[in-house]
Design a protein around this ligand. Structure first.
Ligand code: F6P
Length: 318
């Protein structure tokens, strides 16, 4: 029997949409929901707010998370984990829904395996690096936010005939960089998953210059290099002036796209339905039009993505 659950979140666009769906689906089954403020720190401190249907109205189009979030150092300690368990027991939480990326899901897996807490994960990270999950909440919005910025940079790149190196987030995953580069018609992309040669990039730039192609935009994933490193090297090798832009945290915020809102709705709903079916220690993944479960043990392993086909396409089109 599940009568009361807790829900905690990391921040990215679409998280509020998922939270709304969790709360309203739970309500339709007569399940009470406690929102946990500031992630795992809030779980340790028992920092909760009751969430009913009305508490989650008007949040669907908001970025970030209304529950606030934190990178909890205390949960990494035995004492923190024990305190979290005490809070779960004291408040009679029958299950936890954890909306977040690798760190949050790893902690959820620990609660499930070490203490037998029922947990359901909703993958939410702009990095899109949860193993076995094609689409993490927030990644689509991040690509679109970065693309919007890139389109503006291109206006200057084209007008002033300049080379730009644009750094995007993604931690150790090149997903965001590759999708932005492809969608933005960029000349090149540097990502952790594949080798690159600066000499080759510079040769292309110089050949381009000879045929009067003078504006270039190169995307670099933060997990591979910094924009400053790449730009300095290009200037050294070609003698051409190069500008940089580091997009940073703007990529994690903003109004969620329709895709992320719908994904949030589906994942939030499925989280409750799967918990009621007795599923635990897993997270959710959209496959075609169904939501399936992936065990957390698998989900927290490093994700190995291949981008050769995307890269070939980018080079053909640039
Ligand atoms: O995991 C999401 C992410 O935005 C990464 O892309 C980035 O490397 C990191 O978090 C930044 O973390 P913080 O917000 O703690 O600086």
């Amino acid at each position: 029997m599940i009568k009361r659950i807790g829900v905690l979140t990391r921040d990215c666009s679409g998280v509020n949409a998922a939270l709304r769906s969790v709360v309203r689906t739970a309500d339709s089954h007569g399940i009470e929901v406690l929102g946990i403020i500031r992630g795992y720190d809030g779980l340790i401190d028992g920092n909760f707010m009751p969430l009913d249907r009305r508490a989650v109205s008007g949040i669907l189009n908001q970025g970030g998370t209304i529950l606030k979030s934190a990178r909890s150092r205390r949960f990494l300690t035995e004492e923190g984990q024990r305190k979290a368990l005490e809070t779960i027991e004291k408040n009679q939480l029958d299950a936890l829904v954890v909306i977040g990326g690798n760190g949050s899901l790893t902690a959820a897996h620990l609660l499930a395996t070490k203490f037998g807490v029922k947990v359901m994960g909703i993958p939410a990270t702009i990095d899109n690096d949860v193993n076995g999950v094609d689409f993490c909440l927030g990644a689509d919005t991040a690509v679109n936010v970065a693309l919007d910025a890139l389109d503006k940079i291109r206006d200057t790149a084209t007008s002033l005939e300049r080379i730009f190196v644009v750094e995007v987030m993604g931690r150790d995953c090149g997903y965001l960089a590759m999708k932005v580069a492809l969608a933005g018609g960029c000349e090149d992309v540097i990502i952790p998953e594949q080798d690159f040669s600066l000499a080759e990039i510079c040769r292309e730039i110089q050949e381009g210059n000879a045929r009067e192609k003078v504006s270039w935009i190169i995307i670099v994933a933060e997990g591979r290099a910094t924009a400053a490193e790449v730009a300095t090297a290009i200037t050294m090798l070609t003698g051409l002036e190069t500008r940089i832009a580091v997009l940073g945290h703007i990529q994690r915020g903003g109004r969620p796209t329709a895709f992320d809102r719908i994904l949030g709705a589906k994942l939030g709903h499925a989280a409750i339905e799967y918990l009621l079916q007795g599923k635990t220690d897993c997270c959710l993944s959209l496959k075609e039009d169904r939501i399936e479960t992936v065990s957390l043990e698998i989900a927290i392993q490093p994700k190995k993505l291949k981008f050769e086909a995307d890269y070939r396409l980018l080079k053909i089109l640039s």
